[in-house]
Design a protein around this ligand. Structure first.
Ligand code: SF4
Length: 214
């Protein structure tokens, strides 16, 4: 019964989001699965803007494959990503990840959730980003900070743990809609449902949102 009510509410939200954000796109710049995978791992606790300033020029000139990063070595890689948060630990993760890609996947980015989440530094969120954007998977939910905040405020989940939020939303969003819904909720969080100052007066959900402050 509770799920039926949530599904109905989710359906209304899906329709409104599709009208408001018909062309939602990922915010990280990439040309192939390898670039998006690396940039997604680097974007943890950092901004997409910062990663976009740093990585695309490196992909173009130096890092065209996991082998290139391994050949350059951890010290050079760390130096090259020093403007991104936590360069030490992220450089270690990326080197380990590239080693796995070369040793276990012939240098290619795998195409399943199970394989992707075996890679160092890759959780379900990063795996979903790659599966949705590069491999056409529609039934992936991307629980980032915007998604967590907005779906909680809209009353679509009561959980705090990202994996539980993902499972909650998978139950009420039709599989074909899940990836697009994730991108659109992210855009709504960026433009209207701000973390500190949500613009509830301008929000299309303000009549039904339990967290609306008018
Ligand atoms: S009404 Fe306010 S809290 Fe609810 S989704 Fe809109 S901006 Fe966010």
């Amino acid at each position: 019964m509770k799920n039926d009510i949530l599904k109905k509410r989710a359906n209304e939200i899906i329709k409104k989001l599709a009208l408001e954000y018909p062309d939602s796109k990922p915010h990280l710049e990439f040309n192939n699965p390898f670039e998006l995978l690396i940039s997604t791992v680097l974007a943890a606790q950092c901004t997409d803007v910062r990663v976009n300033m740093t990585m695309p020029p490196l992909y173009k000139t130096k890092y065209k494959s996991p082998k290139d990063i391994l050949k350059d070595g951890i010290d050079n890689f760390r130096q090259n990503i020093k403007s991104i948060s936590f360069p030490n630990s992220k450089a270690k993760s990326i080197i380990a990840l590239c080693r796995q890609l070369v040793d276990d996947f012939n240098g290619q980015v795998p195409k399943t959730m199970e394989e992707l989440t075996k890679l160092t530094g890759v959780g379900r969120k990063s795996a979903s980003v790659v599966l949705g954007n590069c491999f056409g998977k529609k039934d992936v939910i991307i629980v980032d900070t915007h998604f967590k905040r907005v779906t909680t405020r809209l009353g679509l989940t009561e959980n705090d743990d990202p994996e539980k939020i993902e499972m909650d939303l998978k139950e009420i969003i039709p599989p074909d809609e899940q990836f697009k819904f994730s991108l659109r909720i992210g855009d709504h969080g960026r433009t209207i449902c701000d973390a500190k100052k949500p613009k509830c007066a301008e929000c299309m959900f303000n009549k039904s949102c339990p967290a609306a402050k008018l």
